[in-house]
Design a protein around this ligand. Structure first.
Ligand SMILES: Nc1ncnc2c1ncn2[C@@H]1O[C@H](COP(=O)(O)OP(=O)(O)OP(=O)(O)O)[C@@H](O)[C@H]1O
Ligand SMILES: [Mg+2]
Length: 686
């Protein structure tokens, strides 16, 4: 059974306003519905988008970190010229056929657990370690997915390194963020020696929009641990939602900065061969400045031009096709300020490009045995890295109209290990296996037919299309004519072709921005400079608390009747703060007043519940779950617990919650003293 209301209302009363606060009741005893103040969502005015604009912020530079499943990077811009985005470009290392604008999300820790390296450096160092020695080192890759897939995420959640050793995920993330912090600050110091006071940096961290509150809070906690910002300066860190950031960037694009897939000649594949909408303008109008390591992109302003020219209306879908997730958002561009309004809650799922890698791994498992692949990965980690690099390069050349087979070199170590473990050679294994579209080439390579390659992409690509179609079928999205395909996987000719084929027939124009893998990063910088640009969002879930209402026979179910002191109460009532899919403007507040039950009470803790349904009535309904806790830390009342002779229970704490931002936020004040009260919502300690 879920918490009964007394637990929910532990030592506190709920009141809607001080004026309406009735004579205090004894602790934990229920009050009338009226006095419980089941106030509706406070219809406070939405602030003007400029209210949180860059003018207010004392930040001279915004640094955005795009922390991806497969690759990560950062970019920055100065407040003095917010749209000139400086991009880290030259990561050390890099693989053939892979642009290294971002670096692989790989972390290497020494056997003692100390930071060694990140990115290409980590991957290559680990690769070159003596195999015996490598067993003691902690190597982590693709670890962001764990945060999405763990249902009971806490600060203690563990991550497993390649060698099987575990360590707290929070520390792993903090190591990575600390690396980015130091790298970015070093770069800033070099570019602008006069600049840096650390606290003049506003940090932006990107997360998938479909991430739940605990995952977002987890990233924030990791940032605190990494020293990116301090808990006291929480506002110095913004959590940006990946497709939203891409949208912030896309809304500024002009026609010549896009490739329209519908205008591509049939048979054309990867972006290298693409025809742009107006390629003659491209070179002339894109302004690039090069500095020593970084590239600077000037975002052209011209809000609305794209939409006017394309006659696509002012609403569009952005699909961020990354390594781990496909993340969708649908926005309406508002004039005259170019602000964005979310039309439907974020949707998508874990259908990222690593699904193709996984399919390749499963294929190897079918040929050589799953146990062998598991053992090989564990015991020959360097050779496994080699094999994944070889596959990555080939994966990027795959296209729907390719006819020839693809060769993937198998590392010698694989061939050797298989002979030792399996007792025969890989060629025999291939001959014996039921997989007949993979052969052994005389050059010592796996030779995959193009059908085999298509098959590896198929589940992931159709998963992405299904998510987009499900979104387009929503009534809120009817009539949308434009889809931006962004993220690294959007470069895939296979994905581009499939999306165009499936959605072009619906009259949708599918466009891919140039530099598509960097749209999130660039958008995240712009978002950090003006977070008010996304003016309205949709709540992904219904949130509320459990309260007691006066029992009404015939309305409330008999099993919810609670009789206390001769009064009849309905228990477990779900009091909704915000409904799933409800539009909430940035800055819009839900206000509730709470009166500590005991004089001298130092802490008020209120359980929060959430569900996907809009209309849950009770916290015990199916699908409703406890998801977090609102805590209010109370200073002792001035002049002692019963200050100014106020009767116990008269002390009113007014909490204001915001559901329209990228994270749920709360502030609170002590009404009597007008002082702010430390308030926080914790989604990680369930
Ligand atoms: N041309 C291509 N063909 C096929 N796949 C590609 C191509 N280019 C990039 N990818 C894939 O896209 C993924 C990287 O995309 P991106 O950098 O957007 O992901 P990420 O930010 O690491 O992941 P996420 O945003 O989901 O956390 C990799 O899995 C890579 O293999
Ligand atoms: Mg990404």
């Amino acid at each position: 059974m879920l918490a009964v209301p007394e637990m929910d209302l532990q030592g506190l009363y709920i009141g809607s306003s001080p004026q309406r606060s009735p004579v205090p009741s004894p602790p934990a005893s229920p009050r009338t519905q009226e006095s419980c103040g089941i106030a509706p969502l406070t219809p406070s005015q939405s602030p003007k988008p400029e209210a949180r604009g860059p003018q207010q912020a004392p930040f001279s530079v915004v640094v955005a970190i795009d922390f991806g499943t497969t690759s990560s990077g950062y970019a920055f811009s100065f407040a003095s010229d917010p749209e000139a985005i400086h991009m880290m470009r030259k990561w050390e290392g890099g693989d053939p056929g892979v642009a290294h604008q971002k670096t692989p999300t790989c972390l290497l820790l020494t056997p003692e657990g100390a930071f060694h390296s990140f990115g290409y450096t980590a991957r290559d160092y680990y690769h070159d370690l003596d195999p015996e020695e490598a067993r003691d080192w902690l190597y982590f890759e693709k670890f962001k997915m764990k945060i999405h897939s763990t249902t009971d995420l806490t600060l203690k959640t563990q991550l497993e390194a390649v060698n099987g050793k575990k360590m707290p995920a929070l520390e792993v993330f903090a190591h990575a963020l600390r690396f980015f912090k130091e790298h970015a600050l070093q770069e800033l110091r070099e570019q602008c020696p006069s600049l840096l006071e650390e606290d003049s940096v506003r940090w932006v961290l990107t997360v998938p929009a479909i991430w739940k509150q605990p995952a977002k809070q987890f990233m924030r906690e990791a940032a605190y641990l990494a020293g990116l910002v301090s808990r006291e300066d929480a506002e110095q860190l913004l959590i940006a939602l990946e497709p939203e950031a891409a949208s912030v960037y896309c809304r500024k694009l002009r026609l010549h900065q896009l490739v329209d897939l519908s205008s591509r000649a049939p048979g054309r594949g990867c972006l290298g061969e693409r025809r742009s909408i107006d390629s003659s303008f491209r070179q002339a109008r894109e302004q690039l400045r090069r500095s020593r390591h970084s590239r600077t992109f000037l975002v052209e302003s011209g809000v609305g031009e794209l939409w006017a020219d394309m006659q696509a209306g002012d609403r569009y879908v952005v699909a961020d096709c990354g390594g781990g997730t496909v993340d969708l958002t649908v926005h309406q561009l508002e004039q005259p300020h170019g602000t964005l309004k979310e039309l439907y809650k974020a949707s998508g799922g874990p259908c990222g490009a690593v699904g193709v890698d996984l399919a390749f791994e499963q294929l190897l498992g079918r040929i050589f045995g799953e146990d062998f692949i598991t053992t090989f990965k564990r015991q020959r980690p360097a050779a496994w890295v080699d094999l994944t690099i070889a596959f990555e390069a080939r994966k990027r050349t795959a296209g729907p109209h390719r006819t020839g087979a693809v060769n993937i070199s198998l590392p010698f170590s694989f061939i050797d290990f298989y002979r030792k473990q399996g007792g025969h050679n890989v060629e025999t294994a291939l001959r014996k296996s039921s997989v007949n579209f993979v052969k052994w080439s005389s050059h010592g390579m796996l030779r995959m037919s193009c059908e085999a390659m298509n098959e590896l992409f198929q589940p992931t690509v159709s998963g992405i299309i299904q998510h987009i179609e499900a979104l387009l079928d929503r009534p809120e999205v009817q009539g949308v004519k434009l889809l931006f395909l962004v993220g690294g996987f959007a470069e895939s000719a296979m994905l581009q072709h499939a999306v165009q084929a499936a959605l072009g027939t619906r009259g949708l124009r599918v466009v891919v921005p140039h530099d598509v893998a960097l749209t999130i990063l660039k958008g995240a910088v712009l978002f950090g400079q003006a977070p008010g640009v996304v003016r309205v969002r949709r709540s992904p879930l219904t949130y509320g608390v459990g309260v007691l209402n006066r029992f009404v026979a015939g309305v409330h179910p008999p099993d919810k009747l609670l009789v206390r002191d001769g009064r009849r109460w309905c228990t477990d009532v779900f009091e909704r703060f915000v409904a799933a899919e409800q539009s909430v403007a940035l800055g819009e507040e839900v206000r509730r007043s709470y009166c500590p039950a005991r004089p001298g009470q130092r802490r008020v803790l209120i359980n929060l519940y959430c569900c996907a349904a809009e209309d849950a009535r009770f916290i015990t309904d199916p699908g409703v779950r406890k998801c977090g806790a609102l805590s209010l830390e109370l200073e002792p009342a001035e002049g002692g617990p019963d200050a100014a002779g106020a009767p116990p229970g008269r002390r009113e704490i007014r909490a204001a919650m915001q559901f329209g931002d990228t994270e749920i936020k709360v502030t609170a004040i002590d009404v009597n003293t007008n002082r702010s009260v430390r308030a926080a919502i914790d989604f990680l300690s369930n």
